[in-house]
Design a protein around this ligand. Structure first.
Ligand code: KIV
Length: 278
């Protein structure tokens, strides 16, 4: 079995096939989502929140991304692996962007990298693509700019902002991006962008007309029931199930119900072999 490539994903748009993407941050989850048949796995810098417990993505480092990238890569057989370029790993210059992207490919085993931003990110996209590394772009709510955006808000609601976003999307496509994540933008705007572009749009809180969808796997599986944004659909509520399972373990260890003889190893029958000691 071979992994999906950027070209396979581009072809899915041409063939009107919807693209499925989820995040993953470790080997075990990578095996699960790959077995479920997702087309793309994103090692997102959302790991700052869901893995590291930080309030935003800003303190995630390139080392963090490379580490989680290679953990996830070992669990994938078919899904395409995209790894996020974290804050300050590509904004300084196109050369810095290429060096960071190169590390994510060499050390993080990424097949493609994702970066945030519109026109200002075009030189970085061009430089990375020219070096042979496929790029996914990201517009709308771009979490690395949370302080400029003033919080986690829907973007592109006004006419001007919407036009700017369409302009940015076309510029990123021209720069060589092979896909575009659209996060928290009005459904009508996402529909317009999706029909204007040849590359697939992958929505999160961007309505029903994107060419694909992405969710953070921890959210999709209900690992944290306190997190309930409007765009999220939970396909399981794992948090209470997992708490219940660990509670049962705690109770059984305390009461002596676990482990039993069945969980134990035993000596060999017959005379014990004497180890030779030199
Ligand atoms: O970091 C992330 O997980 C993302 C997705 C939400 C698109 O960028």
């Amino acid at each position: 079995m071979r992994k999906n490539t950027a070209l396979d994903l581009l072809k899915m748009k041409a063939d009107s096939k919807r693209i499925t993407m989820v995040t993953a941050y470790d080997y075990s989850m990578a095996k699960i989502v790959d077995a479920a048949g997702v087309d793309m796995v994103l090692v997102g810098d959302s790991l700052g929140m869901v893995i590291q417990g930080m309030p935003d993505t800003l303190s995630v480092t390139l080392d963090d991304m490379a580490y989680h990238g290679r953990c996830v890569a070992r669990g994938l057989k078919k899904a395409h692996l995209t790894v996020d370029l974290p804050f300050m790993s590509y904004q300084v210059s196109p050369e810095q962007a290429l060096q960071s992207a190169g590390r994510l490919v060499q050390e993080g085993k990424a097949q493609s990298v994702k970066l945030e931003g519109g026109a200002r990110s075009v030189p970085a996209v061009e430089r990375i693509v020219a070096a042979g590394i496929p790029v996914v772009a990201h517009l709308g709510l771009t979490p690395q700019s949370v302080h400029t955006l003033g919080g986690w808000k829907v973007q592109g609601r006004g006419v001007e902002a919407g036009e700017q976003l369409i302009h940015d999307a076309l510029a990123l496509q021209d720069a060589g991006a092979f896909a575009l994540v659209l996060e928290m933008v009005p459904a009508e705007l996402a529909a317009e962008v999706s029909s204007a572009l040849e590359i697939p749009t992958i929505g999160i809180g961007a309505g029903v007309h994107c060419d694909g969808q992405v969710l953070v796997v921890n959210d999709l599986l209900g690992f944290d029931l306190d997190f309930s944004p409007r765009f999220l659909k939970r396909y399981a509520e794992m948090q209470p199930e997992m708490v219940k399972a660990v509670q049962s373990y705690v109770e059984e260890v305390r009461s002596g119900a676990f482990p039993t003889a069945d969980h134990s190893f035993h000596r060999r029958r017959g005379p014990a072999k004497l180890a030779k000691v030199y």
